[in-house]
Design a protein. Structure first.
Length: 263
């Protein structure tokens, strides 16, 4: 099995190293050629066309904002070349990629994947990958579950709507809280972390996303499923706040509303 990785950033390079360690032939393409040199055993591809031509399965591991356009480009390549491999993305939300995957040529097998861990994961048995079959093309997901088995990764199927609704809660809402928390704490954040116990330190982990580029921030905070959960939180805060016009509770309430108004 020849595996192609389109986008050799954090997760892309992690997947490439794992596949190489399992004995797979792995090719990679990235707009930044320097990333390709950072993965020992990876065969660099000079273009997306070159990557597709030399592999049986391509995993699109670009930033999620770029994934739909990369999938479309792979579809165009497949239509012109007759390539009949498999393509999957690992984007955070599937509402943007599933329609593109569904439109790819029938000879190309498709599914969407979501690793429930980051590139620092070490113990594979403690993690799993969500497999999101493409509606109308559900039978094609078997190619990718076979790949996950070869890689030693556990997997669980989930439909696109359930996936995005839950990801809005478990990824989108904490992301919004992290941004609101940074605004509330301001210059007190470092001191608060130093003097805090375990509860605040756990919340502090949410701040890891603050360095994300603006398009990624808008991608997550502007997602309809994220916004649904932000509204639910704003409603809960509003119903429990004894006074909505003063104090930290009001500050948090306003910041949640500010997150809601983004995108």
């Amino acid at each position: 099995m020849r595996l192609g990785i389109a986008g050799v950033g954090g997760m892309g390079s992690w997947l490439a190293r794992l596949a190489i360690s399992k004995g797979l032939e792995v090719h990679g393409y990235d707009k930044d050629p320097g990333r390709l040199r950072g993965v020992e055993g990876l065969t660099p591809s000079t273009s997306l066309e070159d990557l597709v031509a030399k592999t049986d399965i391509v995993i699109v591991a670009t930033p999620p904002t770029a994934a739909p356009s990369v999938l479309r480009e792979i579809g165009d390549i497949a239509s012109k070349s007759g390539w009949s491999g498999g393509v999957a993305d690992i984007a955070t939300f599937k509402k943007h990629t599933i329609p593109v995957l569904r439109s790819l040529p029938p000879a190309v097998r498709v599914a969407s994947l979501h690793p429930l861990f980051g590139p620092r994961a070490r113990r594979l048995e403690a993690h799993k990958v969500l497999v999101v079959p493409v509606p109308g093309r559900e039978g094609e997901a078997g190619l990718f579950t076979s790949l996950l088995g070869v890689l030693g990764l556990r997997w669980e199927p989930v439909d696109p709507e359930t996936h995005d609704r839950v990801m809005g809660l478990v990824i989108g809402l904490p992301y919004a809280i992290g941004h609101a928390l940074a605004r509330i704490a301001g210059g007190t954040l470092e001191e608060a972390y130093r003097l805090s116990g375990t509860t605040f330190k756990a919340l502090h982990l949410l701040l890891a996303t603050l360095g994300d580029p603006e398009d990624m921030v808008e991608y997550i905070l502007g997602d309809p499923d994220t916004r649904y959960w932000i509204r639910a939180l704003a409603g809960e805060l509003g119903s429990r706040a004894p006074r909505r016009d003063t104090g930290l509770y009001e500050h948090l309430y306003c910041l949640v509303e500010e997150c809601l108004n983004r995108g």
